[in-house]
Design a protein around this ligand. Structure first.
Ligand code: AP5
Ligand code: MG
Length: 236
């Protein structure tokens, strides 16, 4: 017997209301946008605000590459060239991750889905509530990716000009080593932008038509974006 049925049997309407309210408090978000738009940077802050898990398919792939696992070996060349990992592999990975207990009440999908087939598959195993669309021109992307540095240990993003590490090469948050991603080389960045336009940008209309899209201007400083993000979600 579920708790809902039990409560019904006691006819306690107040408790039923409280139970239903509690059950509805979820936050299932997608962060959609071009490479370098700032999805990962906002996601790290949004995790603290919303108390949900960040699921970055890119980070999962990079961890697999670092560990030289079978998945890592399979995807390394594809990622370094700025292309997309195949839908079947990526969907299976996210489906498995979303079956875990820690994401029952919410998650931020950072970088998934990236194709229409991925979005259609996601709809069969999880009900996304909002899609945050990071709006930024190519010039902004090139500026950001040109200076990005990432911590190997905690994944925090820095930038050689905008958000420098205090000590060169050392993460301010965990003391880990910061490095430049292989796919931030200029040729790979161009490829990632092409792939974004061809395969990922159509998701903007896909989710707008479903009434789930919230556009965020991704050009301002991160502090301003955090404020606008909270406003868009109706959070104080
Ligand atoms: P992924 O890791 O997801 O890369 P991406 O989408 O290309 O996005 P990035 O991580 O490069 O950018 P971001 O938007 O997170 O920006 P960030 O916050 O770092 O995927 C990597 C690869 O994995 C893909 O190319 C693909 O091969 C594969 N993959 C992943 N998901 C897949 C999928 N679903 N299907 C198939 N393949 C998949 O910010 C960038 C820089 O700007 C940083 O230096 C940061 O400090 C700075 N910055 C950020 N915000 C601001 C701001 N407001 N002001 C000033 N500077 C800022
Ligand atoms: Mg990222």
């Amino acid at each position: 017997m579920t708790l809902r049925v039990l409560l019904n049997s006691t006819l306690d309407n107040h408790l039923i209301e409280l139970y239903d309210e509690k059950k509805e408090q979820t936050m299932k978000l997608i962060f959609l946008g071009p490479p370098g738009a700032g999805k990962g940077t906002l996601a790290v802050r949004a995790v603290d605000i919303l108390k949900v898990q960040q699921i970055s398919t890119g980070s999962i792939f990079r961890a697999a590459i670092a560990a030289k696992s079978p998945l890592g070996v399979k995807v390394k060349e594809i990622i370094d060239a700025g292309k997309l990992v195949d839908d079947e592999t990526t969907i299976a990975l996210v489906k498995e991750r979303l079956s875990q207990d820690d994401v029952k009440n919410g998650y931020i999908l950072d970088g998934f889905p990236r194709t229409i087939p991925q979005a259609e598959a996601l709809a069969t195993f999880s009900a996304v509530e909002k899609v945050i669309n990071f709006d930024i021109p190519d010039s902004g992307v090139l500026e950001r990716l040109g200076g990005r540095e990432v911590c190997r240990k905690c994944g925090y993003n820095f930038h050689k000009i905008f958000t420098k590490t205090t000590k060169e090469g050392i993460c301010d948050h965990c003391g880990g080593e910061v490095y430049t991603r292989d796919d931030d080389k200029p040729e790979a960045v161009q490829k990632r932008l092409e792939v974004y336009r061809a395969q990922t940008a159509p998701l903007i209309d896909y989710y707008r038509q479903k009434g789930l899209l919230l556009d965020i201007d991704a050009r301002p400083k991160i502090e301003e974006i955090v404020v606008n993000f909270k406003k868009a979600l109706g959070i104080n």
